[in-house]
Write a protein that binds this ligand. Structure first.
Ligand code: C5P
Length: 240
C-alpha cells in the first residue's frame, strides 16, 4: 500500500485584502517566516516517510514559479505539478486523474494554504484510512452553531444545532484511491459540486471517519491569518 498526496493550490485567494494577493502573488506563494506558504505545507508531508509522491495543482501561469520553489527547496524528486481547474474540486480531480494508484492505495488531499499541518496529524489520518477507508481531520465546534434562513437584510435563526453533533472539517482528508476515483466520477456525472472531498465520498454512500485536528491547522484565508501563522511557527520553533 502506497500513500499519495494531492495539494490543490490553484486558488486565486480573492478573500485576501488587495495588496496582500494579486495575480502576481496568490496566497499560497506569500511568505511566512521567509518561506512560501506552499513550501511549509510541502515540508510537513515530506517529513512523513510513508508518503511516496505528492502532486500539486496550480494555475498554468504559476507552474514555472512553483517548479522553481520546489527545486530550490529540494523536493523535486517527490513532487509532480499539474494544472488546476476553476474550482477546488476540479483541481483535485485533475491531480487525481494523473495518479497511478491501485484501488487500495491511500490518497490524502490537503489545502496548500494550511501550512501548519503537523506530520503527527497526517499519520493519524493515514492510520484511520487504513482502518476505515475514508477519514478527515475535524475540530470540535467551540461556538454555538445556529442554522439560519437568509433574508434580504440579514438572517433569522431557524434552529440551534447541538455542539456535540458538529465538527469543523479540516484537511488532510484521506481515502482509498479506488473509492475516491469512483466518488469523483459519480459527482462529475451528476454535476455535483462539493466544498470538500468528504462530501463527495459521503454522497457516494461511504462512511467517513473523523480524527481529531488541531486549532493551529488554520487555512490562510484572510490577511490576519498570515500573522497568526507566523505566531504559531515561532511558538513551535521555541518549543521544539
Ligand atoms: O478557496 P479556498 O481557501 O477554499 O481554497 C482551498 C484550497 O484549494 C487552496 O489551497 C486553493 O489554492 C485550492 N484551490 C484550487 N483550485 C481552485 C480553487 C481553490 O486548487 N480553483
Amino acid at each position: 500500500m502506497r500513500v499519495f498526496v494531492i495539494l490543490p493550490a490553484a486558488g486565486l485567494g480573492t478573500r485576501m485584502a488587495p495588496g496582500h494577493t494579486s495575480q502576481a502573488a496568490p496566497k499560497q506563494f506569500l511568505e511566512v517566516a521567509g518561506v512560501p506558504i506552499l513550501i511549509h505545507t510541502l515540508r510537513a508531508f515530506a517529513a512523513v516517510p510513508e508518503i511516496s509522491s505528492i502532486v500539486i495543482a496550480v494555475r498554468a501561469t504559476e507552474r514555472e514559479r512553483l517548479t522553481a520553489h520546489v527545486t530550490e527547496h529540494g523536493y523535486a524528486s517527490r513532487v509532480t505539478v499539474v494544472e488546476g481547474g476553476d474550482s477546488r474540486q476540479e483541481s483535485v480531480y485533475n491531480a487525481l486523474r494523473t495518479l497511478e494508484c491501485d484501488p487500495d492505495d491511500i490518497v490524502l488531499v490537503h489545502d496548500a494554504v494550511r501550512p501548519l499541518i503537523e506530520p503527527a496529524v497526517i499519520r493519524r489520518v493515514i492510520e484511520a484510512v487504513e482502518k476505515h477507508s475514508a477519514a478527515i481531520v475535524g475540530l470540535p465546534a467551540l461556538d454555538t452553531i445556529k442554522q439560519v434562513e437568509r433574508m434580504a437584510d440579514g438572517a433569522i435563526v431557524t434552529a440551534t444545532i447541538p455542539r456535540e453533533y458538529i465538527v469543523q472539517a479540516q484537511t488532510p482528508q484521506g481515502f482509498r484511491c479506488g473509492l475516491l476515483r469512483k466518488a469523483f466520477a459519480e459527482a462529475e456525472a451528476d454535476g455535483f459540486a462539493g466544498t470538500d472531498e468528504a462530501s463527495i465520498v459521503e454522497r457516494a454512500g461511504t462512511q467517513v471517519f473523523v480524527v481529531p485536528g488541531s486549532p493551529s491547522n488554520i487555512k490562510i484565508t484572510q490577511p490576519g491569518d498570515l500573522e497568526l501563522a507566523e505566531f504559531y511557527l515561532a511558538q513551535r520553533a521555541a518549543t521544539h
